[in-house]
Design a protein around this ligand. Structure first.
Ligand SMILES: [Zn+2]
Length: 356
């Protein structure tokens, strides 16, 4: 098995991470972060599981990383995503695992955001020989497929020379995340939630000759958590797409690198099938948001007066050691660490780190 240097991975090392996951029958969680606290929690979780990890931010997460008071512009989101990347570049190797850095959904109205990030990587690459990110996602699934692939090809042509990978979306992940997509209507017709193998072949033909590509395919997945049974996951679509491309272009059995979005609350057997059909990355956001929030609620309920008074009005006891953010934010971080152990296990990824 290939062994890599711990820390930030991109280029050929990122390809190795993807290929080894597909060969080894496991997937790598891609966790959305919003702060150095949530980044560190994800790194701690991955180190504890002995697994490599992908860390990413949404456009809203990037905005929050730059500062909620800044204007909600592409420029602010560029600054925030760069802050995430630089913090990870700085500390990742200390955790002894491999870490890929990525940005989540970017639709047509946000293209200026990823455009600015690619420019930042170009400058960083010129100076250091390293891009800032391992990959970016463009989500043009709401546009006609020709436009989706044309725009994606344009970006990949700039990214590939730096060894960067591109994730695109075909078909539509249901639900809404960070203002992208629409509120999921549980009673509507969901045929648009399923990717067509013919479209996967078009993406393969257009993008594969340019550089490394991953596809967020839709097989009934929905962002957010809904009542079980209302969404029918059909991972066989991934299998059919692999078989179709493989047959049409005479490739090996799994030419596509698939990404699983909207997996929160999915049944374990569907996750296992998806991974066996070439899913190497599974996005995790909703579950870790709750995992971060829940311990803070428990902590505040256990220490209510420390959140009302600096000194107890009756006993004069000081509460400094209780309201110190390092106490209650630390409990939130531990919530993420615990929740992600389950994710690494569900994805068959425990102890699979390629770091030497
Ligand atoms: Zn998604």
């Amino acid at each position: 098995m290939a062994k890599l240097k711990p820390g930030f991975v991109w280029g050929d090392d990122y390809k190795t991470l993807v290929d080894e996951a597909k060969k080894g029958g496991y997937a790598i969680p891609a966790v959305n972060v919003t702060s150095t606290s949530t980044i560190n929690a994800v790194l701690e979780a991955a180190a504890k599981a002995g697994s490599d990890v992908i860390i990413q931010c949404s456009n809203g997460g990037a905005q929050f990383l730059a500062g909620a008071s800044l204007p909600g512009t592409d420029a602010s989101k560029v600054l925030g995503a760069i802050s995430m990347a630089k913090h990870i570049h700085n500390v990742a190797s200390a955790y002894g695992i491999c870490v890929a850095i990525h940005t989540d959904h970017c639709n047509k109205s946000l293209l200026g955001w990823v455009d600015g990030l690619v420019t930042a990587s170009e400058e960083h690459f010129k100076a250091t020989g390293t891009p800032l990110f391992s990959s970016h996602m463009l989500d043009l699934s709401e546009e006609p497929i020709a436009e989706n692939l044309e725009t994606s090809a344009k970006f990949l042509k700039r990214m590939a020379p730096m060894g960067m990978s591109l994730e695109i979306e075909l078909g539509m992940t249901g639900g809404e995340e960070d203002g992208i997509g629409s509120e999921f209507d549980e009673t509507a017709d969901h045929s648009h939630l399923y990717t067509k193998p013919e479209d996967v072949l078009k993406a393969y033909d257009k993008l594969n000759p340019i550089g490394h590509v991953a596809v967020a395919a839709s097989f009934g997945n929905v962002h957010g958590v809904y009542k079980p049974g209302n969404v029918v996951l059909n991972p066989e679509i991934l299998k059919d797409s692999q078989a179709f491309v493989s047959k049409e272009r005479g490739t090996d059995s799994q030419p596509m690198n698939f990404v699983f979005h909207g997996g929160s609350g999915s049944e374990q057997e569907k996750i296992e099938s998806a991974v066996s059909y070439g899913v190497f990355k599974m996005n995790i956001d909703t579950d870790t948001q709750f995992a971060y929030a829940e311990p803070i609620g428990v902590y505040v309920n256990a220490n209510p007066k420390a959140f009302l008074y600096q000194v107890d009005p009756e006993t004069d006891a000081p509460y400094k050691s209780k309201y110190d953010p390092r106490k209650w934010i630390r409990s939130a971080e531990q919530g993420i660490v615990d929740r992600l152990q389950q994710a690494f296990k569900d994805l068959n990824g425990v102890g699979r780190s390629l770091a030497k």
